[in-house]
Design a protein around this ligand. Structure first.
Ligand code: CO
Length: 139
């Protein structure tokens, strides 16, 4: 079988940690004119999805203020609101993970799990990515 041609990753979404979706949503929806794109809750966060071209902006709000296990709660506590992660869609998630492992990239998830968009995801540690939390998903 000939090797599958490799194609570069594309940005799937940018996750932004917010304290209250309701306060921020009007900026993105009404002033920038982004269409809402419904998404399920995930990882202890309520998510408001907004289409920005083929990419999404995801506003991530902790489901409850007292959910210490929510990664978004922890992020807000430590750093305040802001860009939380960038998600890249890759054509071959398993192959990409294998290459990352081979090069010693630090992983947050050791194996892929289901993300809010019903696709397999993994998070890579910012220590290996230039300081940015990176999510990988399937294209
Ligand atoms: Co994400």
């Amino acid at each position: 079988m000939p090797p599958t041609p490799r194609r570069g990753a594309r940005i799937a979404h940018i996750g932004i940690a917010v304290r209250a979706i309701d306060e921020i949503l009007p900026f993105y929806r009404d002033l920038l004119g982004l269409d809402e794109h419904p998404l399920d809750d995930s990882d202890g966060a309520r998510i408001a999805g907004l289409s920005a071209g083929p990419q999404l902006i995801e506003l991530l709000e902790p489901l409850s203020a007292d959910s210490p296990n929510s990664p978004i709660s922890k992020f807000l506590e430590r750093r305040g609101p802001g860009i939380h992660h960038i998600c890249f869609a890759v054509q071959d998630l398993d192959g990409t993970l294998a290459r990352c492992r081979e090069k010693g990239v630090r992983m947050i998830d050791s194996t892929p799990r289901m993300g809010a968009e019903g696709k397999r995801i993994v998070f890579l540690h910012p220590a290996s990515t230039g300081g940015v939390l990176i999510e990988l998903t399937e294209d």
